[in-house]
Design a protein around this ligand. Structure first.
Ligand SMILES: Nc1ncnc2c1ncn2[C@@H]1O[C@H](COP(=O)(O)OP(=O)(O)OP(=O)(O)O)[C@@H](O)[C@H]1O
Ligand SMILES: [Mg+2]
Length: 291
């Protein structure tokens, strides 16, 4: 009721659908605990960063979420389906997994590589013909990832950044609800990285219900559109939640077991070495400069 005693109607708060849920996930391989009680939840429209040092278990977790592994203990629910109780082949077109390892050896064009996203194969299957809808979607995805000019360019001639954008466009061909990106900007120069991050920001703006998880070691490689973060160390979640609460000096330092200072400028994140070290170096250098 308001001050006048009238009933006011408030809009119900509809929270976006949970598209991924990991609940106390353990993963054991060769008697090693690679994931240790990992729990988190991703909703439609959220964009997660998955950060952690080498060997933390980031790629292992991503493979599991992409249905290529099963938890030893705990549960994983993907779009409401429990892993282990669902035919993974029906889920895979909806959960796109992009890694730099794409074993294509032939000189396919960018457009052809996109079309293999429809068939879910590396090569275009013999006697398969794309439909008009497939061809139209390929043009749309080429445009979305800024590849229209390169549609006829051949895979072996592409730069690493162009390959990365091609593989994301290919992953989008099946109309996924979840996009998992394992180190998409690894090996790119600054221009390539910034172009890729702009494409990812653009994609997220144009497909607002898409949920994404992006793996990286570097805070500088996070797009400004990142909403949440999961910090992983030795297979354990150090922290998981909204980016502004998780990407902070103390938690990132604990995750990498190294004192870094986390900053945010223009929506992007930075991580720098401890200020006292830089100051000490400056102090040590000062008498030398003066003398
Ligand atoms: N099939 C497997 N059997 C045994 N150990 C494995 C297997 N797959 C991965 N590992 C180990 O699990 C750990 C986590 O590997 P993972 O590739 O997930 O790490 P990561 O966080 O992606 O590291 P990086 O940043 O170097 O890519 C590593 O110690 C790795 O050697
Ligand atoms: Mg990895």
């Amino acid at each position: 009721m308001n001050d006048e005693g009238e009933c006011t109607v408030t809009e119900p708060i509809i929270s976006p659908e949970v598209v991924l849920r990991a609940d106390r996930v353990d993963l054991v391989r060769d008697r090693r605990l690679l994931l240790d009680q990992v729990s988190f939840e991703v909703r439609a429209g959220q964009h997660w960063a998955l950060l952690g040092p080498n060997g933390a278990g980031k790629s292992t977790l991503l493979r599991l979420l992409a249905t290529y592994a099963h938890p030893t203990r705990g549960t994983v629910d993907i779009l409401g389906h429990r892993l282990g109780r669902v035919d993974v082949f029906t889920l895979r077109p909806l959960v796109a997994h992009v890694t730099a390892h794409h074993p294509l050896t032939s000189a396919r064009t960018v457009r052809e590589v996109l079309l293999t996203g429809v068939t879910g194969t590396i090569e275009i299957p013999q006697r398969w013909q794309p439909s008009e809808v497939d061809l139209g979607r390929a043009e749309a995805m080429l445009a979305l990832m800024g590849l229209t000019r390169l549609a006829g360019a051949r895979w072996p001639t592409l730069s690493q950044g162009e390959r990365g954008r091609t593989l994301i466009a290919r992953a989008l061909m099946s109309g996924p609800r979840i996009l998992l990106l394992d180190e998409p900007s690894a090996g790119l120069d600054i221009a390539g990285r910034e172009q890729l991050l702009a494409s990812i920001d653009d994609l997220r703006a144009r497909q607002p219900a898409l949920a994404t998880i992006l793996v990286t070691h570097h805070l500088e490689e996070l797009p400004a559109s990142t909403t949440h973060a999961l910090l992983l160390r030795d297979g354990r979640a150090v922290a998981a939640g909204p980016a502004d609460e998780v990407l902070v000096t103390d938690l990132v330092s604990a995750c990498f077991d190294y004192p870094v200072r986390v900053g945010r400028r223009g929506g992007r994140w930075t991580a720098t070495g401890p200020a006292d070290r830089a100051e000490q170096a400056g102090a040590a250098a000062a008498p030398h400069r003066a003398g």
